[in-house]
Design a protein around this ligand. Structure first.
Ligand SMILES: *[C@@H]1O[C@H](CO)[C@@H](O)[C@H](O)[C@H]1NC(C)=O
Ligand SMILES: *[C@@H]1O[C@H](CO)[C@@H](O)[C@H](O)[C@H]1NC(C)=O
Ligand SMILES: *[C@@H]1O[C@H](CO)[C@@H](O)[C@H](O)[C@H]1NC(C)=O
Length: 329
């Protein structure tokens, strides 16, 4: 009898503890109603970049200037910049997303925030979306992506002649895009998606086919978590020749010469990942910016940070009916 009782006591204590740990966000939300502190901002950089790059730090500084007091966290796959840069090309994205989830959930400040905002550059955009779908702890309020490949790429980008990491990574392709060897090692192969090889993609894609819920068995959490966002802002660069096709930034499918808009796709009509529900509540924003891939001005970044990031309270106050609907498309 005694051991059983003891076990029960332990179990109860365990439950209480879990409850307390699971709920600090909830309890803090009330206090935060009158709090001007901006939500922390998590940034995930793109291919060939590192968390320590000057350009990226400059973006973080702008975010802090626009919303003073913003804590900026830069996602990294290694603590040294060169290791992190190399991980933009090499590795298994299942492990990368899991590491980002674990690091964010263990961060002393991020983990106690009522929510966070997220900013993804290029491939970092689809990776942060995977964070929302798979983990979302702490939950993301607004996710902004610039030139991301949400519907994958149909061609691999060219490497610069002296870009040895890129050249080394692309040499892996000799193994064939769909081989397990390549799918577990070459990052861009894990979001390669050619409608002409759709069956191979469905069978072998280690990342995108799963995160876009394209397989017959759907993950309902993916759908639920995206629908919970306040905003998903998708920026496409009008003259993007680096991310092919550029329309992937808007979840559009380019099949030959035909461009199929998101709202005409089954991904949307059957709401595989919550985009339709998000759209209906006014949270899905399609935006264009002139210029080539990732040619961003401070002006555009400032406007973006003012519109989507900042304190919890302000966003509630300025959320009027004029901001809802399809006006952005
Ligand atoms: C990637 O990693 C996950 C988890 O570690 C593993 O289950 C999966 O098989 C790996 N993918 C490939 C293509 O090897
Ligand atoms: C792409 O277009 C081809 C030819 O029209 C068609 O057979 C194929 O099913 C399309 N693929 C997808 C994924 O829609
Ligand atoms: C961006 O915002 C910061 C902070 O408000 C300001 O100092 C800077 O001049 C702005 N830059 C542009 C180009 O608007």
């Amino acid at each position: 009898m005694a051991p059983h009782r003891q076990l029960k006591k332990l179990f109860t204590a365990g439950l209480l503890l879990t409850g307390a740990l699971a709920n600090p966000l909830k309890r803090r939300t009330d206090d935060d109603e009158d709090d001007d502190t901006p939500l922390p901002l998590v940034i995930w950089h793109g291919l060939g970049d590192s968390y320590a790059a000057d350009g990226l730090r400059g973006v973080g500084e702008l975010a802090e200037a626009v919303n003073p007091g913003t804590l900026v966290y830069y996602v990294r796959m290694a603590d040294d910049a060169s290791g992190d840069q190399s991980a933009t090309f090499f590795g298994n994205l299942t492990d990368h997303i899991a590491k980002a989830c674990a690091d964010i959930a263990a961060h002393p400040i991020l983990s106690t925030a009522p929510a966070i905002d997220a900013l993804g550059f290029s491939q970092g955009g689809q990776f942060l979306r995977a964070y929302v779908q798979r983990c979302n702890n702490p939950p993301v309020r607004s996710l902004v992506t610039f030139g991301s490949q949400h519907n994958g790429i149909t061609a691999f980008r060219e490497c610069g002649t002296t870009d040895w990491i890129c050249r080394g990574a692309m040499a892996l392709l000799k193994g064939g895009t769909w081989s397990t060897f390549v799918q577990s090692r070459l990052v861009p192969a894990q979001y390669f998606r050619d409608p002409a090889q759709y069956d191979k993609y469905l069978e072998s894609s280690n990342f995108l086919a799963d995160i876009n819920n394209e397989r017959p068995i759907k993950n309902y959490n993916y759908n639920k978590n995206i629908a919970k966002l306040e905003n998903l802002a998708l920026y496409m660069f009008e003259d993007d020749t680096t991310a092919i096709p550029k329309e992937s930034a808007w979840f559009e499918e380019v099949n030959g010469t035909e461009i199929i808009p998101l709202r005409a796709r089954r991904l949307y009509s059957e709401d595989w990942i919550g985009l339709r529900e998000l759209d209906r509540k006014g949270g899905l924003k399609f935006k264009t910016i002139p210029g080539e891939h990732m040619k961003l001005t401070d002006k555009i970044l400032n406007e973006t940070f003012a519109e989507f990031f900042g304190p919890l309270k302000l966003k509630k106050a300025d959320k009027g009916p004029t901001r809802l609907g399809d006006g952005d498309l």
